[in-house]
Design a protein around this ligand. Structure first.
Ligand code: ADP
Ligand code: MG
Length: 547
């Protein structure tokens, strides 16, 4: 939205217009209510929310973006906050809760300023100046990370998932996310679509693994085929490997036993010819997207060649990406050139079911993470954690910049903003000071959620930073420590986007001084897609939860 433009918002059709202070108060209250809902989930000591939909499906999460997404929020101002948070989820992938808490705090401070006679426009102007300055300060604070600095990437990944998955598995998950991103990054860019997440319920979380290659939910046609093949060349056939059924028009004339025998001989010869193309090309494994005659399967497997059929077309594409092979439509054209390659083909089979892993694929364009856990809920939770970790690692691999977490950055930015405010003067100065105070709401909340004394924590943090030291909160002890040593590190991009998003949402709400209801005919018909409600007792009067 253009700065200075006055957005018009559609609201309760019963009331035609809410003006001025009343409109502003109503909007601020709604946005603060959203912030209040997610506040208790912020930081490593944050609590979870249980989201229940009408069919009784349960999601337990402390992921701000997920909570806001699953709740039906109807108030227009509250919706604006949610939308800003959602856009953050796609731009940086983390920092959503912080942004929403920050918005709530900015609006609370704005209320006081407005009560004291500062015009909302001045508040917006001050917040705008402060946001730009905050980004500049953050960029100066940031520390560079080289491409190969795996240790720091693991710290970033681990910080993003603290409190999301069980503490015990954080290191494992952080490591495999870093491995996956490093395996596919190219010229400083990371395309997360190249990392395929597969779920495997019924195992323990610590069996979650990174596969430098691909996993297919298929096994060889023959049960007693060897479970491992080293260094296989792989044929990817995107055509049937069977003789097509005779159509009605082309009737086959078989008059006697000799004819029949000839027919079978011919058919077998055609089938074996197909198999021979695979053998001649030098493949040790063949994945076929369509049907494959049992005779071909048996013939190939007798010669030590793994064979499987009816592989989904998207898996065929992933196979090509992972093994650097080409899908071949005409089997007669198959040569060594089209074959893919893996360091190891491994089957994990249980009767006719199971998976085939292609591991150690050098230069794979796509890789996999197999998420394991005892139940679907566990697996879903681990998936959300992995999703976050992958995004933050992507940010750091692409930008090469990190900042200390645990409140260290917010406190330092607040400190420097206060001296900046003095240089601005006037009424905007008050808004800049309010902005600095609002930023401190993040460390304050992290401390509170971890059961620490929030006031003491802020006082100690401020004191350290005023002495030219950095440091963030050790949430176990409450002592201010070096966050890089502690391994609490956030991507610069996440912090920057989170502050920008938080202040944008607040500025948008402060800009509204008139809420009009459109005629009912032009009211959009809003259908809830996600039916969910929160059951944590934090009901917010301004919000309608979907029930
Ligand atoms: P968000 O949705 O904003 O990412 P989180 O619940 O993930 O919310 O909390 C992120 C905040 O928690 C960041 O400011 C981060 O630095 C901080 N944090 C994460 N792990 C720790 C830790 N072990 N100690 C202190 N602070 C931490
Ligand atoms: Mg986070």
């Amino acid at each position: 939205m253009e700065k200075g433009a006055q957005p018009i918002i559609i609201i309760d059709p019963k009331k035609e217009q809410t003006k001025g202070r009343e409109a502003l108060n109503m909007n601020i209250a709604a946005a603060k209510a959203v912030a209040k809902i997610v506040k208790s989930t912020l930081g490593p000591g944050g609590m979870d929310k249980m989201l229940v939909n009408p069919i009784g499906d349960i999601t337990i999460t402390n992921d701000g973006a997920t909570i806001l997404h699953e709740m039906s929020i109807e108030h227009p101002a509250a919706k604006m906050v949610v939308e800003v948070a959602e856009s953050l989820e796609s731009s940086a992938g983390d920092g959503t809760t912080s942004a929403v808490v920050f918005t709530g705090s900015l609006l609370e401070k704005a209320e006081t300023l407005i009560d004291n006679g500062v015009h909302p426009t001045i508040v917006v102007k001050g917040y705008n100046l402060a946001a730009d300055k905050a980004v500049e300060i953050l960029e100066n604070l940031a520390i560079s990370v080289g491409e190969g600095e795996k240790k720091i990437l693991v710290k970033v990944a681990k910080t993003s998932i603290t409190g999301k998955a069980s503490e015990k598995y954080n290191i494992l998950i952080a490591n495999l996310c870093v491995d996956a991103v490093l395996a596919i990054h190219e010229k400083g860019k990371v395309d997360l679509k190249r990392i395929i997440l597969t779920k495997d319920v019924g195992h323990t979380i610590d069996e979650t693994e990174f596969v430098e290659g691909i996993v297919i939910d298929k096994v060889s046609l023959e049960k007693d085929f060897p479970l491992k093949i080293q260094n296989p060349n792989i044929a990817l056939i995107d055509a049937p490997m069977e003789i097509g059924k005779t159509t009605n028009k082309a009737k086959l004339q078989i008059n006697n036993a000799v004819d029949f025998e000839n027919f079978i001989i011919q058919e077998n010869a055609a089938l074996l010819e197909m198999a021979d193309y695979i053998i001649r090309a030098g493949a040790k494994a063949v994945f076929c997207s369509k049907g494959m005659d049992d005779k071909i399967g048996a013939y190939l497997q007798n010669r030590g060649i793994y064979a499987t059929r009816r592989v989904k077309s998207e898996d065929m594409q992933h196979l090509a990406d992972a093994t650097n092979g080409k899908l071949v439509r005409n089997i007669k054209e198959l040569t060594e050139k089209e074959l893919g390659h893996a360091g190891l083909l491994e089957q994990d089979r249980d009767g006719d079911q199971g998976n085939t892993y292609l591991r150690y694929c050098k230069g794979a364009k796509s890789v996999s993470i197999v998420i394991r856990g005892e139940t679907e809920h566990v697996v879903d939770n681990v998936e959300r954690a992995i999703d976050d970790a992958l995004k933050v690692v992507k940010c750091v691999v692409e930008d090469g910049k990190v900042v200390p977490g645990g409140g260290a950055s917010e406190i330092e930015v607040a400190l420097r903003l206060r001296s900046y405010a003095a240089s601005i003067g006037g009424r905007e100065q008050m808004a800049i000071l309010a902005f600095a105070d609002a930023l401190e709401e993040i460390p304050r909340t992290i401390a509170k959620n971890a059961g620490l004394d929030a006031i003491n924590s802020i006082v100690n943090l401020r004191a350290k930073h005023a002495e030219n030291e950095s440091g963030g909160l050790n949430i176990q002890t409450g002592i201010i420590e070096d966050m890089f040593e502690k391994g609490v590190v956030d991507p610069l991009r996440v912090k920057v986007e989170s502050i920008k998003a938080g202040s944008e949402a607040a500025e948008m709400i402060l800009h509204v001084d008139d809420v009009l209801s459109a005629k009912s005919s032009s009211m959009p018909d809003i259908k809830p897609e996600h039916m969910a409600s929160t059951y944590d007792g934090m009901s917010a009067p301004q919000l309608n939860m979907r029930r």
